[in-house]
Design a protein around this ligand. Structure first.
Ligand SMILES: Nc1nc2c(ncn2[C@@H]2O[C@H](COP(=O)(O)OP(=O)(O)OP(=O)(O)O)[C@@H](O)[C@H]2O)c(=O)[nH]1
Ligand SMILES: [Mg+2]
Length: 264
């Protein structure tokens, strides 16, 4: 199934017509793959994700949310989708932002379990069965974690490791007891739709999980270790703006929790 949807810059998404999680979709999984110029990786990640999910007892769909990459990503997904209608292409026009792309996909599915995985194969699709099993056992949130016992950061230099640890440390006062995670910056996770009110989330930036942890009604979290790989092909989209968006997100979350600056 292919859905090419125009979203003018700055437009508010109308979520009122989004399908609600229905009776028959209680255990359905919708996995978003956000893409910005990932033509070199998308076929591989789609193949690996489907190979990981196909043996499992789960109804699933994969939503590739592409921000009008114009590098051929859409053509590849269209081709795969013609053979496997569980793969859907959503193209946003006039908007960018990793968190917003993920939310855009989640708002356009009736699945009860919502997930996200990067397109560049830094997140191992082989971990999907364990994440899903945690959700099927009743967890509200299952995280692919680099910081829990057995997880690894991969080949980062000491400065990047320090910055990553510092970025996590400052989230500690925001996280509450039952929904604490060692890796609140992970981009690889599944969450129960019923725990979230999607309209409230920040659409810019890369750190959607932190907001899920802080704003969601999360009662149980399971972290499953993995080693963060190297980007398979193509160029990184992480830049200084991602850092700025993270600072804004922290300010909003601190304001909402502790009531200073302005209300978030
Ligand atoms: N739709 C959409 N996807 C995005 C956007 N920015 C990044 N992505 C996707 O989000 C995922 C993570 O982006 P990366 O560039 O890999 O960021 P990163 O993993 O922090 O950086 P590297 O370690 O250098 O790869 C990839 O699948 C990107 O294609 C965006 O604005 N829109
Ligand atoms: Mg990456």
């Amino acid at each position: 199934m292919i859905e090419t949807l125009d979203t003018p810059a700055g437009a508010q998404l109308d979520t009122s017509s989004s399908p609600a999680a229905g009776e028959g979709s209680q255990q359905k999984l919708a996995l978003v793959i956000p893409t910005l110029r990932e033509a070199e990786n998308i076929r591989g990640v789609l193949d690996q994700v489907r190979s990981a999910l196909d043996p499992l007892e789960v109804t699933y769909e994969i939503l590739v949310v592409d921000d009008d990459s114009r590098d051929g990503t859409d053509a590849i997904v269209t081709e795969v989708s013609a053979q496997d209608p569980r793969v859907r292409l959503l193209v946003r026009k006039g908007e960018k932002g990793l968190s917003g792309a993920v939310l855009y996909g989640w708002e356009r599915t009736d699945a009860a379990i919502l997930g996200v995985i990067d397109a560049d194969l830094q997140h191992p699709p082989e971990l999907l069965p364990q994440l899903l099993a945690a959700m099927q056992e009743g967890c509200d949130l299952a995280i692919g974690s680099r910081y829990t016992k057995g997880g690894q950061l991969g080949e980062w230099n000491p400065a990047r490791k320090f910055l990553s640890a510092a970025a996590i440390w400052v989230t500690w006062p925001l996280q509450s007891g039952h929904s604490r995670a060692r890796d609140p910056m992970s981009g690889f996770f599944m969450v129960r739709r019923s725990c979230l009110r999607l309209g409230a989330f920040q659409k810019t930036g890369f750190k959607l999980l932190l907001e899920v942890l802080v704003r969601g009604q999360i009662k149980s979290v399971k972290e499953i270790p993995y080693a963060f790989g190297l980007r398979h092909k193509g160029a990184s989209k992480a830049n200084l703006k991602v850092g700025w968006d993270y600072a804004l997100l922290l300010a909003r979350l601190y304001a909402a929790k502790f009531g200073f600056w302005r209300r978030g």
